[in-house]
Design a protein around this ligand. Structure first.
Ligand code: 6CS
Ligand code: FE
Length: 292
């Protein structure tokens, strides 16, 4: 276990099974002004139709094309290759690799959503483009992001939100994100110690930090499952601790999204709570200056 100065209020990566914990922290810390966010407190997510114009989506998609055609970048550790093919699965730190994306995420219609929920200035904890290719796109098994960010990045509390902006049309059948509404109020400890450099595997296929089948069954029966579908340009804002996942994509229609994680400047990373060492900064950013 890590020698940690702070009390660990969300113990996880336990040796044996551990009971679910009721979330101690609020879900919404600020004042909600955007009507689309009015159910965020209860549901743990909100859908924002047409957050981006079609042209803006095209600009971001063009950036994705530019990056995937950059042979040098393709060798960079910020690029994650699919396990089953030689295709790009994710590119991390895209807000630093692309001026288009850097400018977009700073706009108040984007960062302002996070400020409302988190009730403070915010900085980017992680950004990535998930390019779930058609035909053989592998999904992400059920998980809580906060469980990983707490254990491996040292994030103290679930005072962070993720914004997933659809860059392609998201259908029910091409690997769209599924969430369990209301599950953000339960912290599910995961069993199993974190191996060294776990991120080398977990970003391709997560095996540690995965809730048990009993956990998933209990939460799904209690909360049900909602799926985020929508046209390119629509977006899903979701709480860091909501249980979510996506299925494989065997259709010829890629499901790519721009994924930005905003953390509160009151919740900056410390030492990992349950991992031998912090993850690289392109996965867990440690420059906590607020977005201007
Ligand atoms: O480990 C992480 O930080 C990433 N893993 C997943 C499956 N979702 C959140 C995050 O991008
Ligand atoms: Fe996730």
């Amino acid at each position: 276990m890590s020698s940690h100065a702070l009390i660990d209020r969300y113990p996880t990566r336990t040796a044996g099974p551990a009971p679910h914990l009721e979330r101690i922290d609020p879900t919404v810390w600020g004042e909600i002004g955007t009507p689309a966010l009015s159910n965020f407190e209860s549901d743990g997510f909100a859908i924002l139709d047409d957050l981006l114009e079609r042209e803006e989506v095209a600009d971001v998609a063009a950036e994705l094309g530019r990056m995937t055609r950059d042979p040098e970048l393709m060798l960079d550790e910020r690029v994650v290759i699919e396990k089953g093919s030689n295709r790009v699965r994710s590119i991390f730190e895209v807000h630093k690799l692309s001026a288009v994306i850097s400018n977009l995420v700073r706009e108040s219609r984007i960062a302002g959503l996070a400020r409302q929920v988190l009730g403070s200035e915010v900085y980017i904890h992680q950004s990535r483009i998930n390019y779930m290719p058609g035909l053989r796109g592998a999904g992400f098994y059920w998980h809580s992001d906060f469980e990983t960010w707490h254990a491996e990045d040292g994030m103290p509390a679930p005072r962070a939100v993720s914004l997933s902006i659809a860059l392609t049309d998201n259908y029910p059948f091409n690997g769209s994100l599924m969430v369990m509404p209301g599950s953000h109020r339960t912290f599910v400890p995961c069993q199993g110690e974190t191996p060294d450099a776990n991120y080398r595997n977990s970003l391709r296929e997560q095996e540690i930090g995965v809730p048990s089948e009993a956990d998933i069954t209990e939460l799904a029966n209690k909360h049900g499952i909602a799926q985020f579908t929508g046209r390119a340009g629509s977006a899903l804002l979701f709480d860091s601790n909501i249980m979510h996942g996506s299925s494989n994509n065997i259709t010829p229609f890629p499901r790519s999204n721009l994924f930005i994680v905003f953390n509160s400047v009151e919740n900056t990373l410390t030492a990992p709570f349950a991992a031998p060492a912090p993850r690289p900064t392109h996965i867990g950013n440690r420059d906590f200056r607020p977005i201007a």
